[in-house]
Design a protein around this ligand. Sequence first.
Ligand SMILES: [Zn+2]
Length: 86
Amino acid sequence: MPRGRTKEILHTARIDQANAIGRQRICRGDRRNHSIPQGCWYLAIKDGLGEKSYCLECARAILLRGREKLEKLFTELEKAEHYAGG
Ligand SMILES: [Zn+2]
């Protein structure tokens, strides 16, 4: 196991709640047809110095894609461990 704190690879994503007041957030997945009403939950993804927001429908698609990627990495890791173990 790594010493100290394990590196976090998904630190750029979080589920957050839009302010009930303040500016209206737009969904970057489909800014014309999707909306993030004030007070509702959304997915925030850090992007450089800024942050992009996605409605829950887009959030699900993005997270499913991330999960597929993680599963693929686990498969590759297990293969690598198998070969490393001889
Ligand atoms: Zn959306």
